[in-house]
Ligand binder design. Structure first.
Ligand code: SF4
Length: 652
């Protein structure tokens, strides 16, 4: 009997129209857990580095996290993995909502798409009945609209639908896959779905998932719920609202955008607007929010209600996720009303809410600086909001300049030339980064940014505070009930962290401490991504309900795998290293691991070099960031070192 997982994947060959239900190896679950971990193993085994993102041999894997479908609160993530057309590296974007539990209840842990369908199709997974169906009538339809049409067509109001919009169909490099109140957006995975000719995957499942030790498991789940209640009543003082609470309630439930609007950059990631958040702006934005926010909503099995349904007068209702309302508003130097309106259209088109606004702001900066001219923008309105709507429409249709911009700022700048590359200034690994510009280099975030291979906001932050608290007494209070730390030493690191003086940034935390902190933060993200846990109740947050001490118990009682903290650390390290090996095999090296030049005003090259040198060593990677033969051996990844040696990437 398999616990927590179903033990079956659905393999779909779109070229041949073939569907197979394939039993999986429980040994792989022990070594790589599920979700991201086993997705990575499949990509390593079956997608060699020669395979291009838009090759029929590229796989698009929808993996439900190991504990999805069990009663664990907030455990609902689908991890979508493929080779990204934008970065040409492994993409592993995640969506919340309801899709992953539904897939488990239908009897599958993953859906693996290979090949390409000659015509636009959708996949209908209804428990044991799985069909590839014609989707020609859905061509050009919005992602949310498609979901609704398919539920009606199938007469299945409870079916969960992951769909692409026009951006995915037209292979826009930052196209998303939309699902319910969530989406998998980073890395252009929607473009790969469109390239494979799949408009949507509809799932309905009514079966059960087994849990190894139900009584123990329910007790663990109840402890988590109790803790969530406790945290709701006891915010962490002294940190920004989004970190004081769990989930992302700030986005929709409460309203304080001071930190985001004043610290994230506006326009093409250049301008910080200190003092923007006045009482007048707060009151105007609150009114706007109250006018359009109709209902607060959660993902599957979560009480935190981070999202909301949004009804703009005259526009279809949609579900606002995360931070999108601000990314558009700020890129266009506009107001919240504009953000809510354009987010509706962008959600239907299915584009990443971080990349799309930045690509448009980049285009307008090129225009203002004479690198692009009126000839490139025939018929573009003169007002800023109008320009953004106009550009979005051109991009998702790949019309005119939109066809160039649809490849993202890195590739567009290369194609445009004439100095355009200097304007694509906010990229890491060919990928638009958070529009965050700060003063002093923060060593923790320097390493998180450099070595992160997912590159989204929730993978850069973590369970260690972002900065020192002003007074020691505040820090003492904070560490008092900080039971989530994997080691007591982290408390001392934080206690001694001062805003000024010898123990302040950039030289404190010291290089060695920084390596410890980054390794802990990263480990938690990778564990969440294998279990299917939302980072909003775990790795993204300070003092979350899930941590290194209760996760092994969840895995043991839930999946029936004998787990402890050391084994879990080793498993996470194993598939984290495997992902690095996939990307190394595709050409990623140290030169790619650097934050944008202007990410911090003050940069310190010697310290940055020491941080990277030391962290590489700490992780068991050589000076180029390539895992060494010894470290691969320790993790049971000899098959990886053999491959890297054969390809001349590692020396024997
Ligand atoms: S914390 Fe928010 S984003 Fe995460 S599962 Fe709960 S409702 Fe969804």
């Amino acid at each position: 009997m398999r616990y927590a997982e179903t033990g079956f994947n659905l393999e779909v060959d779109l070229t041949r129209g073939n569907i197979e239900r394939v039993a999986t190896d429980p040994g792989d679950t022990e070594l790589y857990l599920g979700g991201l971990g086993t997705n990575a193993k499949i990509l390593w085994d079956r997608v060699p580095p020669e395979v291009e993102p838009f090759s029929p041999d590229n796989l698009l894997i929808f993996g439900a996290g190991l504990l999805c479908g069990t009663p664990a609160t907030g455990c609902n993530r689908t991890i979508v993995s493929t080779i990204s057309p934008q970065t040409e590296l492994m993409a592993f974007s995640m969506m919340g909502g309801f899709w992953a539990p539904e897939l488990k209840y239908a009897g599958y842990d993953k859906v693996i798409l290979r090949g390409k369908s000659p015509d636009l199709v959708y996949l209908w997974i209804n428990n044991d009945n799985v069909e590839i169906r014609d989707a020609s009538h859905l061509k050009g339809k919005g992602a949310v609209e498609t979901a609704e049409l398919l539920r009606q067509e199938l007469n299945e109001p409870k079916a969960q639908v992951a769909a692409i919009g026009m951006a995915g169909e037209n292979r826009v490099y930052f196209a998303s896959i939309e699902q319910g109140r969530s989406s998998a957006s980073r890395g252009g995975i929607g473009a790969v779905m469109g390239d494979k000719g799949v408009k949507a995957i509809v799932v309905r499942g009514t079966q059960d998932i087994n849990v190894a030790q139900p009584a123990e498991y329910m007790e663990l789940c109840n402890e988590v719920l109790e803790y969530i209640k406790f945290r709701e009543a006891n915010y962490i003082p002294g940190v920004i609202p989004i970190l004081a609470r769990l989930g992302s309630p700030q986005e929709m439930a409460i309203h304080d955008e001071k930190w985001h609007t004043e610290n994230f950059s506006w326009g093409n990631s250049r301008t910080r607007r200190k003092g923007f958040w006045t009482d007048e702006v707060a009151s105007d934005w609150m009114k706007t929010m109250d006018n359009v926010r109709t209902r607060l909503i959660s993902c599957y099995n979560c009480p935190l209600k981070c999202g909301a349904t949004i009804s703009n007068p005259g526009l279809p209702t949609y579900m606002m996720k995360c931070f999108t309302k601000l990314t558009y508003t700020m890129a266009a130097f506009s107001d919240l009303d504009f953000g809510f309106k354009i987010a509706q259209r962008a959600t239907e088109y299915g584009v990443d809410g971080y990349s799309a606004p930045q690509v448009m702001a980049f285009a307008l900066e090129l225009y203002e600086n004479g690198i692009l001219t009126d000839d490139d923008f025939p018929g573009m309105p003169s007002d800023n909001d109008g320009r953004f709507f106009w550009l979005l429409d051109r991009i998702v249709r790949r019309e005119g300049i939109g066809d160039v911009l649809a490849n993202g700022t890195h590739w567009a700048a290369k194609e445009i030339g004439n100095g355009a590359e200097a304007y694509a200034h906010n990229n890491i690994k060919k990928h638009e980064q958070l529009p965050l510009k700060l003063g002093m280099l923060n060593p923790i975030y320097f390493l998180m940014y450099c070595t992160g291979e997912k590159i989204n906001i929730t993978q850069i932050e973590g369970q260690f505070p972002q900065g020192p608290f002003p007074k020691r007494e505040h820090r003492e209070k904070f560490v008092k009930d900080w039971f989530q730390v994997p080691d007591e030493k982290f408390k001392q690191y934080f206690l001694d962290w001062e805003p000024r003086g010898e123990n302040s940034m950039p030289y404190y935390p010291t290089v060695d401490m920084t390596c410890d902190i980054v390794d802990w933060q990263e480990r938690m993200h990778y564990i969440d991504d294998a279990l299917g846990m939302c980072a909003g109740v775990s790795s993204f947050h300070l003092k979350p309900p899930y941590h290194m001490h209760n996760y092994p118990k969840f895995i043991s009682a839930g999946a029936g795998i004998d787990m402890d903290e050391d084994k879990l650390t080793q498993a996470a390290k194993r598939y984290r290293t495997l992902i690095r090996a996939i990307n190394i095999r595709r050409g990623m090296r140290r030169k790619d691991e650097k934050p944008p030049e202007d990410h911090w005003k003050k940069r310190i090259p010697e310290l940055e070099k020491e941080l990277l040198d030391t962290y590489y060593k700490f992780k068991g990677w050589n000076n180029e960031g390539i895992p060494t033969q010894e470290s691969l051996h320790e993790l049971g990844l000899d098959y990886v070192s053999e491959d890297l040696i054969q390809r001349g990437i590692l020396n024997k």
